[in-house]
Design a protein around this ligand. Structure first.
Ligand SMILES: C[S@@+](CC[C@H](N)C(=O)[O-])C[C@H]1O[C@@H](n2cnc3c(N)ncnc32)[C@H](O)[C@@H]1O
Length: 344
């Protein structure tokens, strides 16, 4: 993919890995290897073997903390709106084509964030179609409303909605699009079933998640450096014994598993595809500032640290990104999105 200056990708995880206190100890099981600052801590590096699972996931606490975190992330996302739009354009285009949008369709942009994809959809379904921009976070919904007003889109509604329990009538929509939201949900299967319920028969779903972490070094570098410097703990891995889902940026990176989830939710004609993107920055400083704006996890991990320590963190992140830094100091970091579509 050609490189374009100023393109970026949001820290799609939005700092969800930072969510703390969402794992409960299992009765009778050994305590975690060690604890730091009250967090679950494990001795393996992110790229090392899967640690033994000693904690179980508390979905309600996760939901509360996810909501708080995304409320706080909205201003940074709004600041980076233009770069995000440029970077993610191929994914938005794919979703809108795959959802087969046209007037007078009624479309839901689920986990809409600041409403980027939904606003493109709104223009596509004019003159008679409508789009609901829906997110759990009030601050995201407010930002989405501002974006729709800026674009003078009169066919957009903005709503606070939880994806796992949609306050919408059955069979009321023609399409659902969801860009980089599903993998962050406590119960993505419940969300997919809700999408199926609100879609009319033959309606379309089109969604994007992130591919494997090793294909997304733009996200892995800051997190890897913070883990290496023991500033944050590596995230626990999924619990295979219960087949449970641990939400996170890369939680739905397996295309076959994603296909199966869509089938299990009652969708048919499932198609998945991998889209290669490039996160481009004029220099490392721009990458770092953008990361702080978009990732509340990285921002809170470095907040208030002395200058010397900040320098050490930045150097560690930069070292991890060295293979993607050109002779002129600009960055072109690969990213891989997994996109999927299906029929209700
Ligand atoms: C990475 S952002 C993506 C935003 C937008 N779709 C985009 O591509 O720019 C994830 C969004 O998902 C929302 N979200 C996460 N879990 C949700 C849920 N259970 N219900 C509704 N929104 C949710 C967050 O509030 C956040 O705005």
């Amino acid at each position: 993919m050609p490189r374009a200056a100023g393109h970026l990708q949001a820290q799609g995880g939005g700092g969800c890995r930072e969510l703390q206190g969402i794992f409960r100890r299992r009765e009778g099981e050994a305590p975690p290897a060690r604890r730091r600052s009250g967090k679950l801590s494990q001795t393996t590096a992110m790229s090392g073997p899967a640690p033994e699972i000693t904690e179980s996931f508390d979905p309600d606490r996760y939901r509360d903390q996810s909501l708080r975190q995304w409320e706080g992330a909205a201003p940074g996302w709004e600041r980076r709106q233009r770069q995000m739009r440029e970077f993610s354009a191929p994914v938005s285009e794919w979703l809108i084509e795959a959802a087969q949008l046209r007037s007078p369709h009624c479309v839901l942009d689920l986990a809409s964030g600041i409403g980027e994809t939904g606003c493109i959809a709104a223009a596509r379904v004019m003159p008679q179609g409508t789009v609901i921009l829906a997110d759990q976070a009030q601050a995201m919904v407010a930002a989405a409303r501002r974006r729709a007003q800026e674009l003078e889109l009169a066919n957009v509604q903005c709503r606070e909605l939880s994806a796992e329990s949609l306050d919408l009538p059955a069979a009321s929509l023609d399409a659902v699009i969801c860009r980089w939201g599903l993998m962050l949900m406590a119960d993505p299967d419940a969300a997919l079933k809700e999408c199926r319920r609100v879609l009319r028969s033959g309606g379309r779903i089109a969604l994007a998640v992130w591919g494997a972490p090793q294909r997304n070094p733009w996200a892995g570098a800051p997190m890897g450096a913070l883990i290496e410097l023991q500033i944050i703990s590596p995230p626990p891995r999924g619990d295979a014994r219960e087949g449970s889902h641990l939400p996170g940026m890369f939680a739905l990176a397996d295309p076959n598993a994603l296909r199966q989830r869509l089938l299990d939710a009652g969708f048919g004609e499932v198609r998945t595809e991998a889209l290669e993107l490039t996160r481009s920055h004029p220099d490392f400083e721009d990458f770092w500032e953008t990361t702080l704006d978009l990732s509340s996890e990285v921002r809170s991990a470095v907040a208030g640290r002395p200058q010397a320590e900040l320098e050490r963190i930045r150097d560690a992140v930069r070292a991890r990104l060295e293979p993607f830094i050109g002779a002129d100091g600009s960055l072109a970091i690969p990213a891989l999105a997994l996109v999927a579509c299906a029929s209700a």
